[in-house]
Design a protein around this ligand. Structure first.
Ligand code: ADP
Length: 193
């Protein structure tokens, strides 16, 4: 059985997590942010150390441990009853994040839509990340060089995933709007699925 999923897309700072969290509070939706799964790991674990090594440079964690960790997380939340694959739709935030991950997960996900939070104003994104660095104590948001590297990683590796799923599934939402307007645009898309 495949997991029904809506993919949240957008550069770092576009608001995937903000919107994903809200959508996850709606019954029959389950928000899963790959970055949060990583950040909750113990730094004593091998995968926790790998995460720090790559994310502190603004790079993606290698695919094999990433997908393994994600599958484990989905199994755990299913077993604990937080996520019910028969009734719930996954709001996936941060995975798949490159073409290889999209291919690996092709037989696992039934992708219903991609919400592409686009933001042409890079300066705005950087300001959002720097504010978040203070609020959430995120090392990868604190340093301008790391931020720029994450944006480059997004452009080079993550954006091609949009083409992998094709135009029909992609819904562009202007992420420079206020959070409530962004949410309203997303809900309009999701309500029709
Ligand atoms: P943002 O979207 O602002 O970059 P995330 O919390 O989604 O923040 O991701 C933080 C970091 O976690 C990424 O820069 C990357 O190093 C790692 N990461 C998250 N998801 C993945 C993934 N699917 N594949 C590889 N690395 C990932």
């Amino acid at each position: 059985m495949k997991y029904r999923a809506i993919l949240m897309f957008g550069a770092p700072g576009a608001g995937k997590g903000t919107q994903g969290k809200i959508l996850g509070t709606v019954p029959n939706f389950f928000h899963c942010a790959c970055g949060d799964v990583f950040r909750n790991l113990s730094l004593e674990s091998d995968i926790g150390r790998i995460f720090i090594e790559y994310s502190s440079r603004g790079e993606l964690v290698p695919d094999e441990p990433t997908v393994r960790l994600w599958r484990q997380y989905i199994q755990n939340t299913t077993q604990s009853g937080l996520f019910n694959p028969t009734t719930d739709t996954l709001i996936l935030d941060g995975i798949p994040r490159n073409l290889q991950q999209a291919e690996i997960l092709d037989d696992t996900l039934e992708v219903r839509a991609l919400i592409n939070l686009h933001c042409p104003d890079v300066k705005k994104l950087i300001k959002r990340l720097q504010r978040r660095a203070l609020r959430e104590n995120r090392l990868d948001d604190a340093n301008l060089e790391i931020i720029r590297n994450r944006q480059k990683t997004y452009d080079q590796l993550t954006k091609p995933v949009l083409d992998f799923y094709g135009k029909k599934l992609v819904h562009n939402v202007d992420s420079t709007q206020t959070p409530v307007k962004v949410l309203s645009d997303i809900l309009r898309v999701i309500a029709k699925l």
